[in-house]
Design a protein around this ligand. Structure first.
Ligand SMILES: [Zn+2]
Length: 87
């Protein structure tokens, strides 16, 4: 598969700030951008799926309220009426 890299007219590199130094190419899954003047590199999925899923999950977990001090954890109590009987 031949990768065609094309410059993006007017694109400014977010790292070095140079214009017309960003070129883009893609493969089956992703579109890449790279700067020829510094080592800036970026990529995004062509299907638009978010890539930060793991990070967001981690953040959500950190923001999850902790169990308050003194709160009793719920204990699972088996119902004696449903205990299995052997025949
Ligand atoms: Zn750059």
């Amino acid at each position: 598969m031949t990768v065609i890299k094309r410059f993006i007219a007017g694109a400014v590199c977010p790292r070095c700030g140079e214009m017309d130094c960003i070129r883009t190419y893609r493969d089956d899954e992703r579109e890449y951008k790279e700067c020829i003047r510094c080592d800036y590199e970026d990529s995004m999925r062509l299907d638009g799926q978010p890539e930060m899923e793991e990070l967001e999950t981690r953040v959500n977990r950190e923001n999850k309220p902790q169990i308050e001090e003194g709160a009793q954890p719920l204990l699972f109590t088996p119902n004696p009426g449903t205990s299995r009987k052997d025949h």
